[in-house]
Design a protein around this ligand. Structure first.
Ligand SMILES: *[C@@H]1O[C@H](CO)[C@@H](O)[C@H](O)[C@H]1NC(C)=O
Ligand SMILES: *[C@@H]1O[C@H](CO)[C@@H](O)[C@H](O)[C@H]1NC(C)=O
Ligand SMILES: *[C@@H]1O[C@H](CO)[C@@H](O)[C@H](O)[C@H]1NC(C)=O
Ligand SMILES: *[C@@H]1O[C@H](CO)[C@@H](O)[C@H](O)[C@H]1NC(C)=O
Ligand SMILES: *[C@@H]1O[C@H](CO)[C@@H](O)[C@H](O)[C@H]1NC(C)=O
Ligand SMILES: *[C@@H]1O[C@H](CO)[C@@H](O)[C@H](O)[C@H]1NC(C)=O
Ligand SMILES: [Zn+2]
Length: 513
């Protein structure tokens, strides 16, 4: 076995000469047939139809040399990061030359992110929990809640929690603050040394995942932190060479130090303002849009209200609010079909509310949850969040492809949340092979120990795409992220211009390297 390229044919040739030649003269026709198949598959593949410029061809050669070397080495050692759990592969990945190239690559847009899974949790510990007036309480199960309040302590006390303690005072009384801060860090992510042991099944990992959101909620919904969190998130993605984001946002109440609270419109306005401030200092940054989201555990009457809220927000903030989605553990939530009366409200009222529905984030084939993919299609979802189960629905897949509706592939999320272990057999391998429209995103990178998009791009480029994925694949994925975004046509034009400029620089630097 070798890692492909011309050696593919070369390896077979002696065999053909030895076996076939003495019997007949069919060597030529076998080679022709093979080449024909190789060509067809190459054209079908994601990015296969792109024609690279001369500079890009040179850069591709360089990139593929690194890639081949890393895969050859992995085949020898039998240690291949995409086939390992990300928590154990992370260090190896970050040492990879390919990873460093991908980090510098202009990746376009991140289209599948959740509001509070964006920012490295180190910042939450080191910056946010050290701000004045931060209170903490402890539950019997060992989980934590936080709340900022002044001059009076936070009220009422959190159900099932100890009384509120001023964190500044608590730290003063501790023997070892570093140890405590490390325990906070563990509370804020899923990262652990032995994930297979810590998370025995999907329920266990989802339970911890949901707990993180409730643990940090009192931190990130404090108005000054809320603003800084957005800014920090933009900064992290910008440094990862991403120029635009779309966030699934719940827009829960943001509060002030004196207990005063703000509504959803205030939060949207704040997202807008912070993105504008950020763009002033970062001229190549294009901002963000929100996909208003509610949780798929609520009943249909609550979701009817949320759909109406989404419609109202989109009317008030047409350039900021792109549409609506339902989030949370799909397997244990309600089906899209259950929500049909809520989700049909915009159509019945003649109002446009684009959907960006999570669907098919499941391993349970043939269940009512697995059928969410059908309803996402019927409800004209603009994109499909994950679409992990799509290969089991050929009719849905055919129609989605006809309508050019992409899936949002988030490989590390799928692995950490236990849909798949070895990313070489992630279903997106087949989608990439047939050029199914897709974008790559990172879902909640902060909770997985990833940053920006690069770790997920690495998994896709090295593991899911296999040896056949090259610079064409990457270029297609980056341009797809702009094409399939909710940006307006004029915004997309600007985005493409900026992206092309940075792409050319990237290619240039890669050749010189
Ligand atoms: C936290 O970060 C902000 C900037 O985002 C900075 O102004 C502030 O001083 C930092 N606070 C602490 C306690 O580190
Ligand atoms: C505090 O805990 C950290 C981490 O467990 C440890 O490395 C350090 O030595 C401890 N410091 C003291 C003063 O005990
Ligand atoms: C969360 O922090 C608390 C308090 O330090 C600690 O007792 C608990 O073990 C931490 N939880 C995790 C999952 O590390
Ligand atoms: C899942 O794993 C948890 C933690 O190990 C365990 O307590 C629970 O019983 C498991 N759930 C099921 C349904 O097996
Ligand atoms: C739906 O849930 C809300 C909030 O939990 C509750 O107040 C309401 O009674 C429920 N409605 C129905 C029809 O079950
Ligand atoms: C989806 O789009 C089609 C074609 O534009 C339209 O006929 C149909 O009513 C839409 N469905 C919904 C649920 O809005
Ligand atoms: Zn998601």
């Amino acid at each position: 076995m070798s890692v492909g390229g011309p050696s593919r044919q070369a390896a077979l040739l002696p065999l053909l000469l030895a076996v076939v030649l003495p019997l007949s003269c069919s060597t030529i026709s076998i080679d022709e047939a093979r080449n024909e198949l190789i060509k067809r598959e190459k054209m079908a593949r994601l990015g296969g139809q792109l024609v690279l410029k001369e500079e890009e061809e040179q850069a591709n050669g360089k990139l593929m040399t690194f890639k081949k070397a890393e895969i050859t080495e992995a085949m020898r050692t039998q240690r291949f990061p995409p086939s390992m759990h990300f928590f154990q592969a992370k260090k190896l990945i970050e040492e990879s030359e390919v990873f460093h190239i991908l980090k510098k690559m202009p990746k376009g847009a991140a289209l599948h992110l959740h509001d509070f899974g964006m920012v490295d949790v180190d910042w939450l510990v080191k910056n946010v929990t050290y701000r004045p007036h931060c209170h903490i309480c402890f539950t019997a199960k060992g989980t934590l809640w936080f709340k900022f309040a002044h001059p009076t302590p936070p009220t009422p006390s959190q159900e099932g929690c100890s009384k509120w303690i001023l964190l500044e005072q608590y730290r003063k009384d501790l023997k070892n603050v570093t140890e405590f801060d490390n325990s906070l860090l563990k509370n804020f992510t899923l990262m652990t040394e032995n994930p297979e042991m810590t998370y025995a099944n999907q329920s266990a990992v989802w339970a911890r995942f949901e707990t993180i959101f409730t643990t940090i909620t009192g931190l990130v919904h404090y108005a000054p932190v809320f603003r800084d969190y957005i800014f920090q998130g933009l900064e992290e993605f910008y440094l990862d060479n991403v120029i635009y984001l779309e966030l699934r946002a719940k827009l829960s109440q943001v509060y002030e130090l004196n207990g005063e609270t703000h509504d959803e419109a205030w939060s949207v306005k704040t997202y807008k303002e912070v993105a504008e401030v950020f763009a002033k200092d970062h001229p190549d940054f294009l901002g963000l849009k929100l996909i208003y989201s509610d949780r798929r555990f609520k009943n249909v009457s609550v979701i009817k209200t949320s759909v109406k809220t989404a419609m109202a927000l989109r009317t008030s903030f047409p350039t900021m609010v792109a549409g609506f989605d339902l989030v949370g553990h799909e397997d244990t939530g309600h089906t899209l079909y259950y929500y049909r009366d809520a989700l049909l409200i915009p159509t019945l009222e003649g109002v446009k509310l684009p959907y960006f529905l999570h669907a098919g984030e499941t391993d349970w084939q043939g269940t009512s949850i697995d059928d969410n993919l059908l309803d996402a299609l019927i409800l004209n979802s603009t994109r499909i969040g994950h679409g992990f189960a799509l290969s089991k629905h050929p009719a849905v897949m055919e129609d989605l492809k006809k309508r050019d509706i992409p899936i949002e592939v988030c490989p590390i999320s799928n692995q950490v949340l236990k849909l798949v272990t070895d990313l070489r057999i992630h279903p997106a391998t087949a989608f990439m092979a047939v050029g199914y429209p897709m974008v790559i995103s990172s879902d909640d990178p902060a909770f997985f120990g990833a940053k920006g998009l690069t770790h997920d791009f690495y998994e896709v480029f090295m593991g899911i795409g296999g040896m056949d994925a090259d610079l064409r694949t990457l270029k297609q994925l980056a341009t797809n992220s702009i094409k399939y975004s909710a940006m307006l046509p004029t915004e997309k034009k600007t985005a493409m211009k900026i992206w092309e400029k940075t792409w050319d620089n990237f290619i240039h630097d890669l050749i010189k390297k």
